[in-house]
Design a protein around this ligand. Structure first.
Ligand code: NDP
Length: 259
């Protein structure tokens, strides 16, 4: 029997990038998986890949920054596959700008998706975990939840908020069989990092290869992390072996951040 057999997971932003890798990793560990996001086509592709592992899967279109859509998503997941006692808050957006060029819209969008979206999902799902006396929340934060850096004021604020939410809820449910943790990766090889490289090319005139080298240089391993590495850590946090890990923001960046 696989580690997560009989468990049902909900992965937001599960259609591509890190979320897709986590959804597939949880399915390979035995969980049935619901994926959500705003784009139905990519979600259906991921659902097909999950079903190919032999697990049940469903896709729900949902913008996590809209409370009514989150509540409808959770109701749909319950109906399609059952109570999601594993929740992965992965949906997120990023953007770079100097503080003086950070617009109200940018600030509000990042806070709404990255912090408020995770809050809406946790508020809707964690009570089911408490009721079941078992649950796992994994929040995909960022190294920007543990440390600041230039040109990411809104992103860092939103991810610090996500980590604060993680720690507070972890403390609240610690005695109930539920753990709440965050993973905090450095740059990961996904479309989001492609956009970061494009931002560097625009600002500095360097070509894409040089821009990617700069991003790789943030890790002492001189490489980008992979979505599969993040997925492996997230899946471990959902295991019984990880039941003592709670309220943590686990860094995965090759060793740049030590704290
Ligand atoms: P991608 O841009 O490749 O994927 C982002 C995912 O989030 C997509 O599935 C997207 O789906 C979903 N999403 C975005 N906005 C919303 C929304 N309002 N409602 C629902 N879903 C949404 O990025 P990554 O896979 O790289 O990023 C995933 C997470 O990992 C993010 O939270 C990011 O901040 C974090 N992270 C990424 C790092 C990196 O270097 N790439 C490093 C550290 C953390 P759709 O567009 O279909 O809605």
């Amino acid at each position: 029997m696989s580690e997560l057999s009989g468990r049902i997971a909900l992965v937001t932003g599960g259609g591509r990038g890190i979320g897709r890798a986590i959804a597939l990793s949880l399915a390979q560990a035995g969980a049935d998986v619901a994926v959500s996001g705003r784009n139905a086509d990519v979600l259906e592709e991921t659902v097909g890949a999950i079903r190919a592992t032999g697990r049940r899967a469903t896709a729900v279109v949902c913008d996590v920054s809209e409370r009514s859509q989150v509540d409808a998503m959770v109701a749909q997941v319950k109906k399609d596959v059952g109570d999601p006692l594993i929740l992965v808050n992965n949906a997120g957006i990023a953007g770079s700008a100097k503080l003086s060029e950070t617009t109200d819209d940018m600030w509000e969008a990042m806070l709404r998706v990255n912090a408020t979206g995770a809050f809406y999902c946790m508020r809707a799902v964690v009570p089911m975990m408490v009721e079941a006396k078992w649950g796992r929340v994994v929040n995909v934060a960022s190294i920007a939840a543990r440390a600041g850096a230039p040109y990411i004021a809104a992103y860092a604020a939103s991810k610090h908020a996500m980590l604060g939410l993680t720690r507070a809820v972890a403390a609240e449910v610690a005695a109930r069989g539920v753990t709440v943790n965050a993973v905090c990766p450095g740059y990961v090889d996904t479309e989001m990092t492609d956009r970061s490289a494009a931002f560097i090319t625009v600002r500095t005139g360097r070509d894409d290869k040089e821009a990617r080298k700069i991003l790789e240089g943030f890790s002492p391993q001189k490489r980008l992390m992979t979505a599969d590495e993040v997925a492996g850590l997230a899946t471990y946090l959902c295991s019984e072996a990880a039941r003592g890990i709670n309220g943590q923001g686990l860094v995965l960046d090759g060793g740049a951040f030590q704290g």
